[in-house]
Design a protein around this ligand. Structure first.
Ligand code: SF4
Length: 439
């Protein structure tokens, strides 16, 4: 199973380039491969320019070339407002959308070249409901494809192959354009973010004429220079992860680590073939928190993995009590076609999975509630995501969009999505905070 490939032609001004960037970022996070060639693409997107006649002619020519070479073409961008003209010249185009119509373009790509599979909670990088490209003040930044590990429940390596890191100059260039376009928060994602650069032996690339290593720590440092929120997802606790904790303590990178632990019992972790597994993880967590007391830890877990005994499960609950993670998602194990874990003996019956899942959630909810209650009275930065009839809703450094909690803000001031404010926490519940604006 290989990823569907999208060919992309981007014409026009820097604004159009930002549109292209947003569409490409989205498609990459959904598992599409981007190819510079027409002939091996499953569909081609042409982002057009319609500013002056010569630009229009160039756009029509590019559409014609893509149709001749590939046949399946989606048109977007400024010239998309002249759909009739485009269809008159090129009746074969599949869809025509205008500038900044990111969602429509992505939908048209889904139709022309459906993504390989449905949402897989074990391995997908984005929330099940997909990425909203609006509000536009946050963006996902995908830094690599594929994965060198072979976790027994996961089919990503057989689908997407081994780790391939994007050149650091490309990643930084994309980040810069996103920030210039108004993005206030970059969410760094990949299947294994802390392994960034392993495949190229951490070689140096260039950004703005300066050498910079293809490495997780150097990338984090470089992204910090943009002065926006940088949030790190899918980080495995390799030893060098310790190096980003000081950046977090200094406020350069958000004090937030998303580490998919999946389990705690050594026996189950071995059966899962998890990377960077070692029994000193709890000690590492304590050390990180000492160095950076504001650190938020998010993770996901699987309960009911084949062979999981009551003892393993209890081990997990005890570990959770010790680890005091802030944000946690939990899935009941279910076999994924093609995964080696399907052959493991001793499957856990469905009713036991359900019962363990409920106990896990209850256990963690108490931890999360207590941790949030400790924030009452503190001052925090809040990035406003939306305004609904009850007022502004935002997030703190501890909340990734869609998957974590919210901060409900009480204020007299007129706020807009993308505003960064200062607020004092007045109340909390299991997942969310309530706060009043103070600046
Ligand atoms: S680390 Fe494991 S779960 Fe994650 S993508 Fe790689 S093989 Fe899959």
């Amino acid at each position: 199973m290989s990823s569907p490939k999208v060919g992309f032609v981007s014409l026009g001004c820097p604004k159009a380039l930002v549109d292209s960037e947003r569409i490409l970022t989205q498609l990459r996070t959904e598992g599409y491969a981007i190819t510079p060639e027409y002939d091996n693409a499953d569909v081609v997107v042409v982002n057009t320019c319609g500013f002056i006649d010569s630009a229009k002619a160039e756009s029509l020519e590019a559409i014609g070339e893509a149709i001749a070479e590939n046949g399946k073409v989606i048109v977007t961008g400024c010239m998309g407002v002249e759909e009739n003209l485009i269809r008159e010249v090129h009746p074969a185009v599949l869809a025509v959308t205008g500038p900044q119509q990111y969602e429509q373009v992505v939908r048209a790509v889904h139709q022309a070249a459906p993504p390989n599979r449905g949402h897989d909670p074990y391995v997908d990088l984005v929330p099940p409901q997909g990425i909203k490209l609006t509000p536009r003040h946050y963006a996902y930044l995908k830094i690599s494809e594929g994965c060198n590990h072979r976790c027994s429940f996961c089919i990503i390596p057989s689908m997407r192959g081994d780790l391939v890191s994007r050149p650091i100059g490309d990643v930084m260039g994309e980040a810069e354009r996103l920030v210039r376009a108004g993005v206030k928060e970059l969410l760094v994602i990949s299947q294994d973010t802390s392994a960034y650069g392993v495949d190229v032996k951490f070689r140096s690339g260039f950004w703005n004429g300066r050498p910079i290593k293809t490495h997780f720590t150097q990338l984090s440092e470089a992204l910090a220079r943009f002065g926006v929120w940088v949030r790190l997802h899918y980080v495995y606790p390799y030893p060098h992860v310790d190096e980003v904790i000081p950046l977090m303590a200094e406020g350069k990178v958000l004090p937030y680590l998303d580490i998919p632990f999946q389990h705690a019992s050594p026996r189950i972790l071995r059966a899962m073939k998890r990377p960077a597994f070692e029994d000193r993880t709890l000690a590492r967590i304590h050390k990180w928190r000492e160095a950076c007391p504001d650190l938020t830890l998010r993770s996901t877990f699987i309960v009911g993995f084949p062979g999981e005994t009551e003892e393993d499960f209890q081990y997990l609950l005890d570990w959770m009590s010790e680890a005091q993670l802030d944000r946690v998602g939990c899935f009941q194990y279910s076999p994924v076609e093609g995964a080696r874990a399907n052959e493991l003996p001793d499957p856990v019956p469905d009713e036991v999975k359900q019962e363990r899942w409920e106990r896990f959630m209850e256990h963690q909810q108490a931890i999360s509630t207590a941790r949030l209650a400790q924030k009452v009275g503190r001052e925090i930065d809040v990035l406003i995501d939306e305004i609904d009839e009850d007022g502004p809703i935002g997030r703190s450094s501890a909340d990734a969009p869609e998957i974590d909690g919210n901060v409900f803000v009480n204020t007299d001031r007129e706020l807009r999505p993308g505003d960064m404010i200062r607020a004092r926490v007045t109340d909390s519940d299991e997942y969310d905070l309530y706060a009043e604006q103070i600046g």
